[in-house]
Design a protein around this ligand. Structure first.
Ligand SMILES: Cc1cc2nc3c(=O)[nH]c(=O)nc-3n(C[C@H](O)[C@H](O)[C@H](O)COP(=O)(O)OP(=O)(O)OC[C@H]3O[C@@H](n4cnc5c(N)ncnc54)[C@H](O)[C@@H]3O)c2cc1C
Ligand SMILES: *[C@@H]1O[C@H](CO)[C@@H](O)[C@H](O)[C@H]1NC(C)=O
Ligand SMILES: *[C@@H]1O[C@H](CO)[C@@H](O)[C@H](O)[C@H]1NC(C)=O
Ligand SMILES: *[C@@H]1O[C@H](CO)[C@@H](O)[C@H](O)[C@H]1NC(C)=O
Length: 524
C-alpha cells in the first residue's frame, strides 16, 4: 500500500513537473531553422529517457532530443551544433556503462539514432549488408537471415546498435577467427564534427574510416555501415567443459584460438569462457545453459572449493555436415585437458545461440533485476601476465561474491587492424576479462565499485599492462596513458574531424568549452 501511494505521488509530481518544464522549454535557437525531415523533441519523458544509460551510474539531461529520419538530418543538426559550439551526442541504444552517450553540459543535443535512414539493405551478390547506424544487431540478423546470410563477428548481446559497437570494437567468441566487428566493415557513411556527410573506406577517405572504427564517437556519427556477410549456419552445438587448473584452461584456450583460419572442420567457431568463483554464477543470467536436463553439481566437481574455469565453445553445422559434426567435435575435445566428467552439451538453432543473452534479459526483467546499476569493468590483459592476474584477482581480490558473470577469453592481435582507433595491449595475444556485475543495493554498489578500483590498482602495482575495453576515464592524463603511442594520432584526428570537440563529450576525453571559438590554448 505504502509503495503504491508513493508511486502515485511520484507520478503526480512528475506530471506536474512535466507540465511546467514542457511549457518552459523551447527549442534551442541554434536548431530552430535546421529544417528536419525527422523530429525534434523537448518532451520531458524523452529527455529523461536520454539522460541515463544501462550502467545507471551517471545522469545528464540534454536540452533536446533529435530523431533523425535521414543522414542529412544528422548532418543538419551537427552542422548547426558546429556553428554554435553545442555539444551533440549520438545515442545508439544507451547501453554504455559510464554515461558515454550522455550530455553532461548545460546545453546539448542527443541524437537518438533509432531507426531511420533506410534500415537494413542486403546485397546478396556482394555478400554485404548496408545498415543504418542506429539499427540494432538483432534487426541486422533478422534481415540477413531472410537471404540465408549473416554477419560473421558478433557481440554476446544483440540489442546493441551498429554505430555503438563499431565505436568500441564489438567482440565475442568469434573474434579469434574473424576479428572484432570493426574488422568486418567495408564502408561507412559518417557525419563529421563539422556536419559534413562523408563516405569512407580503406581506399576512400581512409583516415576518417580508421579513425571512426573504435573511435568512441569522437570523430563522427556513423549513419551507414556496410558489413560483410557469410552463409548463415543452421544449428549450433554449444559445449561447456570445466577446469580447476587455470594454467591448463589458458593453454587450451590459447590452443583453440591458434586454429584461426583453419577450415571449419578443424576448429571451433566460437571460443569464450568464464570464471566460477561462487555457486551463484550457475544460477545467474548467463546460465540458461544449465538446466534440469543439463544438471551440474559444482560441489562434486570442485572438491577443494577453489575457483573453477569454464571453457565455452561452439560448432556450427548444417544439413551437409550434421553427420560428421560429432566426430569433428570429439577430435577437437580430445586435444583438451578439462575435467573429463564435466562435459555439458546443448544443441540449438543458430539464431537462438546468437540471441542467448536476451532470454536471460527477459528473465531478469521479470524479476526487476535488469534496470539496476551495473558497475562493469572490462579489461584486456596481456597473455604473459594472465596467471598473475588469476592469482591476484580471481583467487585474491574477488573473494567469494562476484554479483555477476566474469568472462575470460583470449584473442590474437593479428585480427585487429592497427590503423583503427581502438587500443589493445602490446602483446600478440591478450585476454578479455569482463566483470559484468549488477548492484541491487547501494552497499553492494559501493563494494563492487571499490573492488573495481582495487583490481585496477593491483594491475598498476604489479605492472600488468592492462587496457580497458569500453574505457572510462575522467582526466585527459588518464586518457593519454590509455592511448599511449596512439594519443598523438588520436588527438590529431580529433583536430581534423571534430575541431570544436562537440561530439560524444560524455566520453570525457577532450575538454569542451561551449561558447569558445577555436583558440590556440584550446588546441593544446
Ligand atoms: C548486456 C550487454 C552486453 C554487452 N555485450 C557486449 C559484447 O559481448 N561485446 C562487446 O563488444 N560489447 C558488449 N557490450 C557493450 C556495448 O558494445 C557497448 O555498450 C556499446 O556502447 C554499444 O551500446 P549502444 O549501441 O547502446 O551504444 P551507446 O551506449 O548508445 O553509445 C556508445 C558510444 O558510442 C557513441 N555512438 C552511438 N552511436 C553512434 C554512431 N552511430 N556513430 C558514432 N558514435 C556513436 C555514443 O555517443 C557513445 O559515446 C554489451 C553491453 C551490454 C549492456
Ligand atoms: C597469432 O597470430 C600470429 C599471426 O597469424 C601467429 O603467428 C601466432 O602464432 C598467433 N598466436 C596464437 C597464440 O595463436
Ligand atoms: C553434489 O555433490 C556433492 C559432493 O559430491 C554431494 O554431497 C551433493 O549431495 C551433490 N548435490 C546434488 C544436488 O546432487
Ligand atoms: C564467503 O566469504 C564470507 C566472508 O569472507 C564468509 O563469511 C563466507 O563463509 C564465505 N562463503 C563461502 C561459501 O565460502
Amino acid at each position: 500500500m505504502a509503495v503504491n501511494n508513493y508511486n502515485k505521488l511520484l507520478l503526480i509530481t512528475f506530471a506536474i513537473c512535466r507540465l511546467i518544464v514542457t511549457v518552459g522549454l523551447t527549442v534551442l535557437p541554434e536548431l530552430l531553422d535546421v529544417g528536419l525531415e525527422g523530429r525534434l523533441s523537448v518532451d520531458t519523458w524523452e529527455l529523461e529517457a536520454a539522460s541515463v544509460d544501462f550502467g545507471r551510474l551517471s545522469r545528464g539531461v540534454p536540452s533536446e532530443v533529435v530523431h533523425p529520419a535521414t543522414a542529412q538530418d544528422v548532418a543538419r543538426v551537427v552542422k548547426a551544433a558546429f556553428e554554435s559550439a553545442l555539444a551533440v551526442s549520438a545515442r545508439g541504444h544507451g547501453h554504455s556503462i559510464n554515461g558515454q552517450a550522455l550530455i553532461r553540459e548545460k546545453k546539448g543535443v542527443v541524437i537518438e539514432m533509432g531507426k531511420g535512414g533506410g534500415g537494413v539493405r542486403v546485397c546478396e551478390k556482394g555478400m554485404y549488408v548496408d545498415v543504418w547506424g542506429g539499427e540494432l544487431w538483432i534487426e541486422v540478423l533478422s534481415a540477413t537471415l531472410e537471404y540465408g546470410l549473416a554477419p560473421m563477428s558478433w557481440t554476446d548481446y544483440l540489442y546493441l546498435s551498429v554505430g555503438g559497437t563499431l565505436s568500441n570494437a564489438g567482440i565475442s567468441g568469434q573474434t579469434f577467427n574473424h576479428g572484432p566487428q570493426i574488422t568486418n566493415v567495408y564502408e561507412l557513411d559518417v557525419v563529421t564534427g563539422k556536419g559534413e556527410l562523408v563516405t569512407c573506406s580503406e581506399d576512400r577517405n581512409s583516415e576518417l574510416f580508421h579513425a571512426v572504427l573504435g573511435g568512441l564517437g569522437q570523430f563522427g556519427i556513423i549513419t551507414r555501415a556496410r558489413i560483410a556477410l557469410e552463409p548463415a549456419p543452421r544449428r549450433v552445438r554449444w559445449i561447456r567443459v570445466l577446469y580447476s587448473n587455470f594454467g591448463r584452461f589458458c593453454e587450451d584456450q590459447e590452443y583453440l584460438i591458434s586454429l584461426h583460419g583453419k577450415p571449419g572442420r578443424e576448429r571451433f567457431d566460437y571460443v569464450e569462457g568464464f570464471v566460477i568463483v561462487d555457486e551463484g554464477l550457475i544460477n545467474n543470467w548467463r546460465s540458461s545453459f544449465f538446466s534440469p536436463s543439463n544438471p551440474v553439481n559444482i560441489t562434486s566437481l570442485n572438491a577443494d572449493g577453489g575457483v573453477l574455469y569454464c571453457l565455452e565453445i561452439t560448432k556450427n553445422y548444417d544439413q551437409e555436415n550434421a553427420d560428421s559434426v560429432d566426430e569433428e567435435i570429439q577430435g577437437l575435445l580430445k586435444k583438451l585437458h578439462f575435467i573429463s566428467t564435466s562435459v555439458f552439451t546443448s544443441d540449438l538453432p543458430y539464431v537462438d545461440f546468437l540471441d542467448r543473452v536476451h532470454k536471460a534479459e527477459l528473465k531478469l526483467r521479470s524479476k526487476g533485476l535488469w534496470d539496476v546499476p551495473h558497475p562493469w569493468l572490462n579489461l584486456f590483459v596481456p597473455k604473459s601476465r594472465i596467471k598473475d592476474f588469476d592469482k591476484g584477482v580471481f583467487k585474491g581480490i574477488l573473494g567469494n561474491k562476484t554479483s555477476g558473470p566474469i568472462l575470460i577469453y583470449p584473442m590474437n592481435k593479428s585480427k585487429w587492424d592497427p590503423r583503427s582507433s581502438v587500443v589493445t595491449p602490446e602483446e600478440d595475444v591478450f585476454y578479455l576479462v569482463a566483470f559484468l556485475r549488477s548492484a541491487l543495493d547501494t552497499e553492494t554498489l559501493e563494494y563492487l565499485t571499490n573492488q573495481n578500483r582495487q583490481i585496477l590498482r593491483f594491475c598498476h602495482g604489479s605492472e600488468i599492462k592492462v587496457k580497458q575495453y569500453l574505457p572510462h576515464y575522467t582526466t585527459q592524463q588518464e586518457w593519454m596513458d590509455h592511448f599511449g603511442d596512439k594519443w598523438t594520432q588520436f588527438n590529431a584526428r580529433k583536430m581534423q574531424f571534430d575541431p570544436r570537440r562537440i561530439l560524444a563529450t560524455g566520453q570525457q576525453i577532450f575538454q569542451f568549452h561551449p561558447s569558445s571559438a577555436l583558440t590556440k590554448e584550446d588546441d593544446m
